[in-house]
Design a protein around this ligand. Structure first.
Ligand SMILES: N[C@@H]1[C@@H](O)[C@H](O)[C@@H](COP(=O)(O)O)O[C@@H]1O
Length: 242
């Protein structure tokens, strides 16, 4: 595992964007596994900036997102499809038909999980970007008794519902269920980049990357992957010595 410390969030975001853009330059038709949340926004902004300057081309890139709330349409402002469109896809020359996010309105959960899982397996992810939930979740893989392997529907923990309610008018509006890639899907990515920022992530960063590997802390499985880069600002890395 490599740790890259940025001076601040902007610096950390630029480092993450550098790795993503190197991936696109080395393999123009690469498959990027993308994440939502506040953590990757800075990296997305940097990528947009480089695209606008003519330094990056997304025309052959495909993307597969980690997760989506069940019950929200892609037009809903808090859906992850909407997030991706507004924070990245609408601003670069990516073909929308090559951007995948689970369908939050799918009527049959099992069918949607199988469909999405097939999208992941048939393409294969070259680089997976991740944020980290305060309870150590990656995607929406919540603490559990076992590592859930493939795409599945998950009941969100109270902790996650509360953390994510900051983006909704009130906590009751936060969906209780979500579709998410499983741990096996994430671990099969060739390369993984985790972005963390802020002092509120300092404890979980220590637990995930230096504590025991356990499904109670889902991100801890990343210790077993052979190509993980963790990028953070000083605050997020304040409880580890690297
Ligand atoms: N499903 C997403 C995760 O993919 C994300 O990593 C996490 C952390 O978000 P943030 O980066 O805003 O702290 O939030 C959500 O729950």
């Amino acid at each position: 595992m490599r740790f890259l410390k940025g001076k601040d969030y902007k610096d950390a975001s630029r480092k993450a964007a550098n790795i993503i853009s190197a991936q696109i330059i080395m393999k123009p038709n690469c498959v990027l596994g993308l994440a939502t949340g506040s953590s990757p926004i800075g990296a997305y902004n940097q990528l947009i900036d480089w695209y606008k300057k003519g330094d990056l081309d997304f025309s052959e890139v495909s993307t597969i997102n980690l997760d989506e709330y069940k019950g929200l349409s892609g037009e809903h402002k808090q859906s992850y499809r909407y997030f991706m469109n507004t924070n990245l896809f609408n601003h670069v020359n990516i073909e929308k038909s090559k951007t995948f996010v689970p369908d939050g309105l799918a009527e049959d959960d099992d069918k949607e999980c199988a469909r999405y899982n097939e999208i992941i397996k048939s393409r294969g992810i070259d680089l997976q970007l991740l944020g980290l939930g305060h309870n150590g979740h990656i995607g929406f893989n919540e603490p559990d008794d076992a590592f859930e392997k493939e795409t599945h529907i998950v009941k969100l923990s109270e902790n996650t519902i509360l953390a994510n309610s900051r983006l909704f008018k009130e906590v009751s509006q936060v969906p209780r269920y979500a579709f998410t890639m499983g741990i096996k899907n994430i671990m099969q990515a060739r390369k993984i980049v985790v972005i963390v920022s802020g002092v509120d992530k300092a404890d979980i960063v220590k637990e995930v990357f230096f504590g025991p590997v356990t499904p109670k802390v889902p991100g801890s499985i990343l210790q077993m992957h052979n190509d993980v880069t963790v990028i953070g600002d000083e605050a997020a890395f304040s409880k580890i010595s690297i």
